[in-house]
Design a binder for this molecule. Structure first.
Ligand code: GDP
Length: 448
C-alpha cells in the first residue's frame, strides 16, 4: 500500500469498469476507518448493494457509509438528487432500524424532477426507433440504455442553467415558483414535441401541481438540506478522515468513458473536486474496484462480451442483474486494456478485485491483454464508442480453479491458480491488489 502525506487524509473508492464492480462493499469496509462518507457524482441510477451480517441493503442515493452509526454521510453538490427517491430511501432505512441522523444533502445538488424522467424515456425511445429504422448500432445513434431515471436531462439542465432547480431551491417558495414557471415554459413544448414525433401522449406539465409536489418534498427533506463544502472543510480542519464514494464506473465517465454510451457525470476520482469542493489533492488513497470479469448494462461496445454458456454461468453465479433496474447485465472476460486505462486516469493507488469466487469452475479463464485494430496490435484503450466497436480482443488464457473459495480468509488460502490470476492482473495493470473479494459479505474480503 502507498504511503501518503499528512495532508492527504482522504480516500476514494472508484469503479474501474462499467459500474457494478462491488464498490458498495469496499466503501462499507473502508467507512470503518473514516469519519465521513461522501457521494460526488451520479444520482439514483447508481445502485450499491451491501450485505451486513447476512442482511442485504440496496442504496441508490445515500452513501453506503450510512450503515455505520455515527458517521457523517454526505450527498455532495455533484450528485443529481431525485427528492422523492431520497425520502423513500431514508424512510426505508429508518424502518429497518438504521440511524440516518448523520445524513446531509448539499443545497447545491441539482434536483431530478418528474419531467426529467419523461424526457429521458422519450429520448431513449426515439433513439431506439431510429436505430431500428436505420439498422445501425455503432454510430452513436442507438439507445444509450440509460436507467431512465432522468439523470442525463437533469445534468443537461444544470449546464443550461435557465430552469435548473437545486435542492436548496426546494426550501425557497418564491424562487421555486419562478423557476418552475420557466421550466414549464421551456420543457413543456419540448416534451410534447418529442411525444408527437413518437406518436405517443405526453401529459401536459402542470405548474401548480409541480409547485405543490416540490414544496411538500422540500419540507420533508428540509432537515437534511445544508451547505456542504464548508462542512467538509471543517471536518478536514478537525483532522477527520473523509471517504469519497464514486458512483457508476470509469468507462461510463462523461469525458473519459465509451462516449456516447456513458452517464452524464464525472465518475473518475477527479470528479471529487467539482462534486464536493474538496480538492482532489487531499485524496491520498484511490482504491480502484474491479471485477474478476467484465459486465456492462445498457448499450455500447463491449469487446470481450460472452454470449455463450460460460457467460450465462458467470451471470447466474455472480447474480448479475441490475440493482436499480433488475436488467440482466451483459457479461464478458476481464478486459485488462480497459482496466489499465481506468487505473491510469483515476490515479489508482490500489486495486480491489471482486467476485473472484464467481470464476470457480471455469476451466480456462481468458483475459484480454491487447486489442487488434486495423491489423495492428495496441494496448491503448480507445474510449470513443465508434473506435472501440472495431477492436478485436487479443487474449491470454490462464488455468482456472475448481474449488469453492468463498470460505478463504487469507490470500494463502486460495488455490495456486487463483493467486496466479491475481498476480497476472497486478502485473498487467501495474497496481497492487489491496483487497480480494470471495463473496458478498464483509468477512469475505482478503487483504494483503
Ligand atoms: P456497486 O454498484 O459497484 O456497489 O456494485 P453492486 O452493488 O451493483 O454489485 C455488487 C454485487 O456483488 C452486490 O450484490 C454485492 O453484494 C456483491 N459482491 C460484492 N463483492 C463480491 C464478491 O467478492 N463476490 C461475490 N460473489 N459477490 C460480491
Amino acid at each position: 500500500m502507498t504511503t501518503h502525506s499528512s495532508s492527504q487524509t482522504c480516500s476514494a473508492v472508484v469503479g474501474l469498469q462499467w459500474g457494478d464492480e462491488g464498490k458498495g462493499k469496499a466503501v462499507d469496509i473502508l467507512a470503518a476507518q473514516h469519519d465521513a462518507v461522501v457521494r460526488y457524482n451520479g444520482g439514483a441510477n447508481a445502485g450499491h448493494s451491501v450485505v451486513v451480517k447476512g442482511e442485504r441493503f440496496s442504496l441508490h442515493l445515500i452513501p453506503s457509509g450510512i450503515l455505520y452509526p455515527g458517521k457523517l454521510a454526505v450527498i455532495g453538490n455533484g450528485v443529481v438528487v431525485d427528492p422523492w427517491k431520497l425520502v423513500e430511501e431514508v424512510e426505508g432505512l429508518k424502518k429497518r432500524g438504521v440511524d440516518t441522523s448523520g445524513l446531509v444533502c448539499s443545497d447545491r445538488a441539482h434536483a431530478v424532477l418528474p419531467y426529467h424522467k419523461t424526457e429521458d424515456a422519450l429520448r431513449e425511445d426515439l433513439l431506439k426507433r431510429n436505430a431500428a429504422a436505420l439498422a445501425v448500432d455503432e454510430r452513436g445513434v442507438s439507445e444509450i440504455g440509460t436507467t431512465r431515471r432522468g439523470i442525463g436531462p437533469a445534468y443537461a439542465d444544470k449546464a443550461q442553467r435557465a430552469c435548473a432547480i437545486r435542492m436548496g431551491d426546494l426550501l425557497r417558495p418564491e424562487v421555486l415558483r419562478e423557476k418552475l414557471d420557466v421550466a414549464v415554459a421551456m420543457k413543456g413544448p419540448a416534451l410534447t414535441g418529442l411525444a408527437r414525433t413518437l406518436g405517443v401522449n405526453a401529459e401536459e406539465l402542470n405548474r401548480d401541481a409541480l409547485i405543490q409536489q416540490c414544496t411538500e418534498v422540500g419540507q420533508k427533506l428540509a432537515p437534511l438540506i445544508k451547505e456542504t463544502t464548508h462542512l467538509l472543510h471543517a471536518q478536514l480542519g478537525a483532522g477527520k478522515k473523509i471517504l469519497f464514494e464514486g458512483a457508476n464506473g470509469s468507462l461510463l465517465d462523461v469525458d473519459h468513458g465509451t462516449y456516447p454510451y456513458v452517464t452524464g457525470s464525472t465518475c473518475i476520482s477527479s470528479g471529487i473536486g467539482p462534486g464536493t469542493g474538496v480538492p482532489t489533492t487531499r485524496v491520498g488513497r484511490i482504491l480502484g474496484i474491479m471485477k474478476a470479469y467484465s459486465t456492462r448494462v445498457g448499450g455500447g461496445p463491449f469487446p470481450t462480451e460472452l454470449k455463450d454458456a460460460i457467460g450465462d454461468g458467470i451471470r447466474n453465479r455472480g447474480r448479475e442483474f441490475g440493482t436499480t433496474t433488475g436488467r440482466p447485465r451483459r457479461v464478458g472476460w476481464l478486459d485488462l486494456v480497459a482496466v489499465k486505462y481506468a487505473a491510469m486516469i483515476n490515479g489508482a493507488t490500489g486495486l480491489c478485485l471482486t467476485m473472484l469466487d464467481v470464476l470457480a469452475g471455469v476451466e480456462e479463464i481468458k483475459v484480454c491483454t491487447a486489442y487488434r485494430i486495423n491489423g495492428a496490435e495496441t494496448t491503448q484503450f480507445p474510449p470513443d464508442a465508434y473506435d472501440l466497436q472495431r477492436v478485436t480482443p487479443v487474449y491470454t488464457t490462464l488455468k482456472g480453479f475448481a474449488q469453492d473459495i468463498t470460505k478463504a480468509r487469507r490470500l494463502a488460502d486460495l488455490p495456486a491458480e487463483a493467486r496466479r490470476y491475481i498476480d497476472f492482473i497486478e502485473q498487467s495493470v501495474g497496481v497492487k491488489a489491496d483487497m480480494v473479494g470471495v463473496g458478498p459479505d464483509r468477512e469475505q474480503t482478503l487483504t494483503s
